[in-house]
Write a protein that binds this ligand. Structure first.
Ligand code: NDP
Length: 332
């Protein structure tokens, strides 16, 4: 079997050579452990941060060890009373065809309640990020204008729809016209703007005639600088991600936002979804109900083949995905 190791700490944009496929034995589970076979692997922008040897809310990946992330897997061998062969589980697992996990680190998932992949997307980490960041920090009110960047991605597409459910007017920013058409026509966003357009700032202004009450920031950089100029009084800015700067080699310096925050008495607050761990159950229930009622839609971009995992990860920075980007490692 194969594992995928990180073999270099990338500077700038990671390259395929920073990853290495390593042949190794299928590990054996000890007592209270299970051997699992990976089915779907989640590739996520936050993993870029773990490739740097810097202090963060989560430790860096170790060099020459398997990369670890969200995986849906099937139990192949169980030495745990809680799991049996064939059970489907979600865990933070190695990028490996097979890996061993402690029983306490796995959550059983039910493919009859939702499609398997949904547990890594709309009902998983990215759905919960949208839910808590928007509702706890953004607090959208009926009739307000909510702008979301990275709007056609996993987090952003859920943010826009939840804001619509709360009665807000939603403006989505993304990088291709196909993505804009998707969020407008299929997800019901009110307005869309392509941040790669030459007239981005003017188009953004035209799309927000009543200003911006909530800015859910997934990307940072120039896009966010432009949105920040349009804030209304008492705006709220959940700072979720900053993908435009994850591969930056120098210090990222932009227009200073403090004067805008002061003038508008706005709140800007960073968060990680882990802050809300004690409330995940509630979040999952609401998301699952909206899904069932057809009020929340989601898309996934699924790359076929375990061997494509590094390539898929790099694709996040090229915007290859609409909705959640996943790798199908094996047939369920
Ligand atoms: P997405 O599904 O949104 O995928 C990434 C998308 O980012 C791409 O499809 C691309 O779309 C866009 N993108 C890539 N490079 C740039 C750039 N330079 N400028 C602007 N947009 C760019 O990923 P997620 O939904 O998983 O994550 C979205 C953000 O939320 C990320 O910043 C991530 O780090 C963050 N996040 C934060 C969490 C938290 O706990 N705080 C948890 C989960 C995610 P396009 O074609 O539009 O450019």
């Amino acid at each position: 079997q194969q594992e995928i190791h990180l073999v270099n700490r990338p500077t700038g944009t990671p390259a395929i050579e920073d990853f290495k496929f390593v042949e190794c034995d299928v590990p054996s589970p000890k007592e209270n452990e299970v051997l699992v076979r990976a089915l779907y692997i989640s590739v996520d922008p936050y993993m870029r941060g773990r490739m740097n040897d810097t202090k963060s809310y989560i430790p860096p990946f170790e060099l020459n060890k398997a990369i670890v992330g969200g995986v849906i897997a099937e139990v192949a061998v169980s030495r745990s009373e809680s799991f049996k062969r064939g059970d489907l589980v979600l865990g933070n697992l190695n990028w490996a065809e097979y890996s061993v996990a402690k029983e306490t680190k796995l959550r059983k998932i039910d493919p009859n309640l939702a499609p398997l992949t949904a547990y890594l997307s709309v009902l998983g980490m990215t759905g919960l990020t949208a839910y808590f960041g928007l509702l706890d920090i953004g607090k959208p009110q009926e009739g307000e204008t909510v702008v979301v960047s990275g709007a056609a991605g996993a987090v952003g597409s859920a943010v826009g729809q939840i804001a619509k459910l709360k009665g807000a007017k939603v403006v989505g920013i993304a990088g291709t016209d196909e993505k804009l058409a998707y969020i407008k026509n299929e997800l019901g966003f009110d307005e869309t703007v392509n941040y790669k357009s030459e007239n981005f700032k003017e188009e953004l202004k035209a799309a927000t005639p009543d200003g911006v009450d909530v800015y859910f920031d997934n990307v940072g950089g120039d896009v966010s600088d432009a949105v920040m100029r349009l804030l209304n009084n008492h705006a709220r800015i959940p700072v979720c991600g900053s993908i435009s700067s994850y591969n930056a080699e120098g210090q990222d310096v932009g227009p200073r936002v403090q004067p805008t925050l002061i003038k508008t008495s706005s709140l800007m607050k960073g968060f990680t979804v882990g802050n809300y761990a004690s409330e995940f159950e509630q979040g999952r229930n609401d998301l699952a109900n909206w899904l069932q009622e057809g009020k929340l839609k989601y898309k996934e971009t699924i790359v076929e083949g375990f061997e494509k995992t590094p390539e898929a990860f790099l694709g996040l920075f090229k915007g290859i995905n609409t909705g959640k980007l996943l790798v199908k490692a094996a047939e369920p």
